[in-house]
Design a protein. Sequence first.
Length: 116
Amino acid sequence: MKIGLIDDSVVLRSAIKNVLESFGHQVILEAGNSTDLFAKLAKETPDVILLDVFFPTENGLDILARLRKQYPNVKVLVVTGLKQETIVKEAKRLGAHGILYKPFDTDELLNALKQM
């Protein structure tokens, strides 16, 4: 599976990438903000995007809405550290294919991807 990682934490992206690649997935795109993300998506599109909700200067749910409009075939797994019902409802309304709560372990990550 070709995967994109969108999170402002380089450390977290690196850790997730290492896990995914060790299980045979291909991380083809990494970005720390929407500008970087959409520039890279113009060149190559993953099957699934793991999208954080909170960024210092933007909202991940706004990014999700734009992704669903411009790349409707890409599945999006929203990643968040807050178990707030409003975030979950809005993410699902905007077209997220799943929600993964931080902190998560390898099994939770791989199971979430299997359900995509």
